[in-house]
Design a protein around this ligand. Sequence first.
Ligand code: ATP
Ligand code: MG
Length: 295
Amino acid sequence: MSWASKLVEPYRIEDGSKFRLTDFDPEDTGKIHSKKHAEKLLADGIADMTDLQSKLYAQDRWGVLLIFQAMDAAGKDGVIKHVMSGVNPQGCQVHSFKTPSVEELNHDYLWRALRRLPERGQIGIFNRSYYEEVLVVRVHPEVLKNSRIPPSLLTKDIWKDRFEDINCFDRYLTRNGIVVRKFFLNLSKKEQKKRFLDRLDRPEKNWKFSEADVREREYWNDYMKAYEDMIIHTASPQAPWYVIPADNKWFTHVVVAAAIVETMEDLKLAYPVVDANKRKELRAAAAMLKGKKKT
Ligand code: ATP
Ligand code: MG
């Protein structure tokens, strides 16, 4: 087992049937007890990722979709910034999903996600995603009511139906060679408070503070129930959830990096092999460049 798989294994959920969120400690730092050690491993992970991404791009067959879901201040932005720092921007697209626009509400809820899926050879990052449809929409019934879905379709089975549809969508992508990995950054309520206070205290962080986020905190328990139920129903071997401890950012970063490395290593990526004709072409080009006078 690679270092990446070993590190990430306790946090990978492939079968949600026995999943309990309370079994996962947001403060956990696994077997890594110092920030320094984590930073060293992260640097190694980023180097591996750079190499793997370069092969992904050259091979141009697989696509990778990384989904990040979390409560406010859990550090989604920081993860994306740090962990992806080694990847070539040409092979990576990030999209943040906000409250749906009028145009988006005029379509089915997967429409806006479909338009942002990564191409083959690319890593796509969803900062929030279609999983919000069983999170914020579930926690706030008025959001569902305003979603323009015909009222007769808003039955008590709606969440079960959505889990089923989302599972089918993840499976559809997987069967197309678009690999789906889902991350829940598991922050404690206590640490969220600390980070909000920090945003209030430090002028350079004030812009990140939103009063709405503090109001959303009132729904903490409802969100935790929604997250738990979502993971129970949508974790699968093909599209696992990673429940990443998020109270220590240095640990969050290294585990996410390890999960991405693990995922891409499993794809057995390789540079395309050049065939005999192409080799002949390359030899001829080299001869031309070397043999002819300067052009
Ligand atoms: P940050 O606060 O770190 O900048 P963020 O992801 O919280 O990042 P915001 O603009 O604060 O970005 O919030 C986006 C909001 O959009 C969230 O409150 C989220 O719940 C909401 N949202 C996303 N998808 C949906 C959806 N499908 N339906 C309703 N609300 C959604
Ligand atoms: Mg926010």
